[in-house]
Every structure is written in structure tokens, then in C-alpha cells.
Design a protein around this ligand. Structure first.
Ligand SMILES: [Zn+2]
Length: 200
């Protein structure tokens, strides 16, 4: 919900400095939990508590109450890896991998988290939900993104050593970095040093 201020995740650089990364969509927030191939070593989704911890960090607000099974954690990793490959293909202008679209579509067919409104006008969730409901919400979000007006604005951070993926929903559409305070700033510092070097 837009009214609930801070969107995005708090990440840490390899030197331990915290920074905010708003990938612009719920489904893209799942991609920071690991991924296929070389990203396997960053895996953080091992057990149900890991998935609920991610939900707590995510832009889902308020945080939904969940009952997640071990099998649903496996489903979450499968969905994330499929989404990772689809989105990466998008950033390279390649075809969506059909098997991965099928994983996405299958997850989206389940009922999603049900929102509710309280008598005093507050938003909440209708019940305690399963991991499958959660993944349906994420998969539907991905389908909205990939078929929506910003589908062509899914990008990888412009820093060579950064693999974070975001959707640029800004009006001018010139976002280049995962985060201005992280990669944007590192770039600025490097550019400045290069200039000093040339001048000196
Ligand atoms: Zn970056």
C-alpha cells in the first residue's frame, strides 16, 4: 500500500553498510532471496520461518499471518527461480522461457491472499493464509508486471558487479541503479576519482 511509507528492502553491502533497495514490485522483492545457478549460494529460503521472514521485510502491508509448510518453501524457491529466469530474459530482450512461464501460471491459478477492511477503515488480511496463497499473490504480481505498462522497464542495476533487478516506474524512466545511496553513489565516487586522476 502506497500510504504505508517505506517500500523496499534493507540490504547490506559486502562491507556491511545498510541501504534501501526498492525493486518497484513485490515479485521482484522475492529475487533477493537467492536464485538459480550461480545465485544458489545466496539462498536464504530453507525453512518456513525463512519465507515468513521475507514476507515481513517485503512490501506486503500489513504483514499477513501465514502458515507455511516445508513443501511450500520448495514451491517458493521454484517460483522464484522461474521468475528470475523470466525477468532476466526480459532484461536481455530475450524470449520468456516457456517452462518458467508455466511455473508462474500454475502458482497464479491458486487463490491469492484475501484483503479485508476493518470497521474503522483499516486494511488487513481476511484470515491466516497458506504459503500457496502467498505464492499466488507473488505470481499474480509478476503477471501484472510482465504484461503491464512497465514490462519493458525491467532492468538490472547498471553497476558491473551488481545483479539486482528492478522495474523503473519513474516518469522519465531513467533509473539506472538498484539504489542511489549504494551503486549510484559508488558510481559517483568512481567518476569523481577518475576526473581527479585526469586533472592531476
Ligand atoms: Zn546495484
Amino acid at each position: 500500500m502506497d500510504s504505508l511509507a517505506t517500500k523496499g528492502l534493507t540490504l547490506r553491502s559486502h562491507t556491511g553498510v545498510a541501504y534501501q533497495f526498492d525493486p518497484g514490485a513485490l515479485c521482484l522483492e522475492l529475487l533477493v532471496t537467492g536464485g538459480p545457478g550461480p545465485y544458489r549460494r545466496y539462498e536464504v529460503l530453507h525453512e518456513p520461518a525463512d519465507l515468513t521472514a521475507w514476507v515481513d521485510r517485503s512490501r506486503l502491508a500489513p504483514t499477513p499471518a501465514l502458515k507455511v509448510s516445508a513443501a511450500e518453501v520448495t514451491d517458493a524457491r521454484r517460483l522464484r527461480d522461474a521468475l528470475f529466469r523470466v525477468v532476466t530474459a526480459r532484461t536481455r530482450g530475450e524470449q520468456d522461457p516457456p517452462d518458467d512461464l508455466e511455473i508462474l501460471n500454475k502458482a497464479a491459478r491458486h487463490p491469492a491472499l484475501a484483503p479485508a477492511i476493518t470497521p474503522d477503515g483499516q486494511r488487513q488480511w481476511a484470515a491466516t493464509h497458506s504459503g500457496t496463497h502467498l505464492l499466488a499473490t507473488v505470481a499474480r504480481d509478476a503477471i501484472e508486471l510482465l504484461t503491464g505498462p512497465f514490462a519493458h522497464r525491467v532492468r538490472t542495476c547498471a553497476a558491473d558487479d551488481c545483479h539486482l533487478i528492478y522495474v523503473d516506474t519513474s516518469r522519465p524512466g531513467r533509473r539506472r541503479w538498484c539504489s542511489m545511496e549504494h551503486c549510484g553513489n559508488r558510481h559517483k565516487v568512481r567518476a569523481l576519482r577518475a576526473r581527479h586522476h585526469e586533472e592531476g
